[in-house]
Design a protein around this ligand. Structure first.
Ligand code: GLU
Length: 470
C-alpha cells in the first residue's frame, strides 16, 4: 500500500515571545515536509483569549520568516474555527462519550484531601449524574476505565498508557471555550495530519488525544515524534526567566538566520556522519525523524556564537556590509559622521573577528567618533599605564608624523620602536591601539591607522599622552 502523502503542522500557542524550542519544532516539521515533498501547515492555537496575542502572533510569523521557514497551508487560526470544536463536543456528548460536570476546583481538591488513597486528578463525581449543560458547567470526556493506549512514536518507541491513570478530562470549559486537547485533535483530524512532530512535554497528553481521535472517528492515528527538551548548561529545562530563549533576542544580537537555522537543526538531530555545518539543502536531504535522539538537547549559546562566527566569515564582503548596516545605524556616533567607504575599507578585517553583528560597531566606532572612546578596562592595563607606554606613544607620534602612510611602513616603524624598548610587536602595539581606537581589541592596528588617517591618528596619540601625563 502506498503511504499517504506527508502532512505535518506547526501549531504554536501565541502566549509570549517566540521561543527557540518552538523554532526548533517548526524547523523539524519543515525539514520533514520538504524532505518528503509533503505539506507543511501552520496553525495558530489561539483559543485562549490572551492579552496582546496579536503581537505574539506577529512575532511568530516574523520569526519563521526570518529563519526561512515557509508553509503551504494556513496560517489557520483556532479562534476562527470554534464552531468545529463546538460541533465535536456536542457529538461526544450526544454519543455518551462526554458528560457535564459542575464540580469546582475547590470541591475536587476537598474530596481528594479527604480521601488520601484517591488517585490524583478528577474523581468522576459527576460521571453518572446525567447533568445537562448550563451556567458554570464544564464538559468532560469519559475515559475508559480499563485497557491502555499505545502511542506510536518514532523517537520514543511505543510508550503505553493505562487508562486507569487517565482522568476524565475537560474538553469544554465552563465558559464554553474548548480546551487545547479537543481543538488540537479536531484540527489534526480535519487537516489530515499524518505526522505530529512536537515537544516532548506533550507526550503525556497524547493518549488523551488518541482517545478523542477514536471517539471522533478520526481514522488511522498519525505517527508521533516527540522531540527532546532543550536544556541549559546545568541540564535544566530552558526557561523564560532564566535563559535567553526568545528568537528575536538572537536576531537583535546579530545572529545570522542561516547560522540560527543550522544550529537549531542540530538540537536533537545530527546527520549520520555528525557533520555540523550544513546548508539548508543538505539538512532537507538528510533529515530523518529516526535520527532524532530522545535525550535532552543542550542549547549551547557559545556553540551558536561559534557557528555564527563561521557563517559571518563565509559571507561575501558586500553581504557582510549589508547585514551589518542595521547594527551600524545604532552606533554611538552622530548619524552624519558615519563614513561608508571607511567602513568598507576595514570590513573584510572586521568580518574575520566578530562572532555577532552586534559586535561590529565597537570594532569601528573609532573611525566615526571625533575622539577615541575611552574604555577603562583597556586604559587600566599595566602595559598602558607603565612608564614605557608614554615613551612609546611619544615615539610613535614622532615616527608616524613622517613615515610613509601604509600598513607595511607603519608595521616596520612600530616594530623598530618596540625593539628600542626591548618589546615585541604585540606589546609595542598595545598602548598605540588603546590610544587610537580606545579599545584593547579590534581590527589589525596598522590597517586601522591607515583608514583613520595620519592627522587624526597623531592627534589621538598626543591626547593619550596628555591623559597619561595628566
Ligand atoms: N499549541 C501547542 C504548543 O504550543 C502545540 C501542540 C501540538 O503541537 O500538538 O505547545
Amino acid at each position: 500500500m502506498a503511504s499517504p502523502a506527508v502532512r505535518v503542522r506547526f501549531a504554536p500557542s501565541p502566549t509570549g515571545f517566540f521561543h527557540v524550542g518552538g523554532a526548533r519544532t517548526a524547523l523539524f516539521n519543515w525539514l520533514f515536509a520538504r524532505h518528503h515533498g509533503g505539506t507543511n501547515v501552520l496553525r495558530i492555537e489561539d483559543t485562549d483569549a490572551e492579552r496582546g496575542r496579536e503581537e505574539w502572533v506577529a512575532g511568530i510569523l516574523d520569526a519563521l520568516d526570518w529563519i526561512g521557514i515557509d508553509w503551504d497551508e494556513g496560517p489557520f487560526r483556532q479562534s476562527e474555527r470554534r464552531h468545529l470544536y463546538q460541533k465535536a463536543a456536542e457529538r461526544l456528548y450526544a454519543e455518551g462519550r462526554a458528560y457535564w460536570c459542575e464540580c469546582t476546583r475547590a470541591s475536587i481538591d476537598e474530596r481528594t484531601k479527604a480521601n488520601a488513597t484517591a488517585t490524583p486528578g478528577y474523581d468522576g463525581f459527576c460521571r453518572e449524574r446525567g447533568l445537562t449543560g448550563g451556567e458554570g458547567r464544564a464538559l468532560r470526556f469519559r475515559t475508559p476505565d480499563e485497557g491502555s493506549t499505545a502511542v506510536a512514536d518514532v523517537i520514543r518507541g511505543e510508550p503505553r498508557f493505562d487508562h486507569a491513570n487517565l482522568e476524565d478530562f475537560v474538553i469544554l470549559r465552563s465558559d464554553g471555550s474548548p480546551v487545547f486537547l479537543l481543538a488540537n485533535a479536531v484540527d489534526d483530524i480535519d487537516m489530515s495530519i499524518t505526522h505530529v512532530i512536537r515537544g516532548e512535554d506533550h507526550l503525556s497528553n497524547t493518549p488523551k488525544t488518541l482517545l478523542l481521535w477514536d471517539a471522533l472517528d478520526g481514522g488511522p492515528h498519525p505517527v508521533f515524534a516527540h522531540v527532546p527538551l532543550l536544556v541549559n548548561e546545568r541540564g535544566q529545562k530552558l526557561s523564560k526567566r532564566r535563559d535567553k530563549v526568545a528568537l528575536e533576542d538572537y536576531r537583535d544580537q546579530g545572529i545570522l538566520p542561516e547560522a540560527m537555522r543550522n544550529y537549531l537543526g542540530l538540537l536533537g538531530w545530527a546527520p549520520g556522519d555528525n557533520r555540523e555545518m550544513l546548508s539548508v539543502q543538505e539538512m532537507v536531504a538528510e533529515f530523518r525523524l529516526e535520527d532524532v535522539k530522545s535525550s535532552p538537547a543542550f542549547f549551547d549559546e557559545r556553540k551558536l556564537l561559534h557557528f555564527n562566527g563561521e557563517y559571518i566569515r563565509a559571507l561575501p564582503v558586500d553581504e557582510f556590509v549589508t547585514a551589518a548596516r542595521p547594527f551600524l545605524d545604532a552606533g554611538s556616533w552622530a548619524t552624519g559622521d558615519f563614513d561608508e567607504s571607511a567602513f568598507e575599507a576595514l570590513a573584510p578585517l572586521v568580518q574575520e573577528r566578530v562572532r555577532t553583528l552586534a559586535e561590529v560597531p565597537a570594532m569601528v566606532d573609532f573611525l566615526f567618533l571625533s575622539q577615541a572612546p575611552i574604555e577603562d578596562k583597556a586604559w587600566d592595563k599595566r602595559v598602558v599605564r607603565g612608564a614605557a607606554a608614554a615613551e612609546l606613544l611619544a615615539g610613535a607620534a614622532d615616527a608616524y608624523g613622517s613615515c610613509e602612510w601604509s600598513a607595511t611602513a607603519l608595521h616596520e616603524v612600530t616594530a623598530t620602536l618596540g625593539e628600542a624598548h626591548g618589546l615585541g610587536l604585540a606589546k609595542a602595539q598595545f598602548p598605540i591601539r588603546v590610544a587610537v581606537t580606545g579599545r584593547d581589541v579590534g581590527p589589525p592596528l596598522f590597517e586601522s591607522l591607515v583608514v583613520l588617517g595620519r592627522e587624526r591618528s597623531l592627534e589621538r596619540l598626543r591626547s593619550a599622552l596628555a591623559r597619561l601625563e595628566g
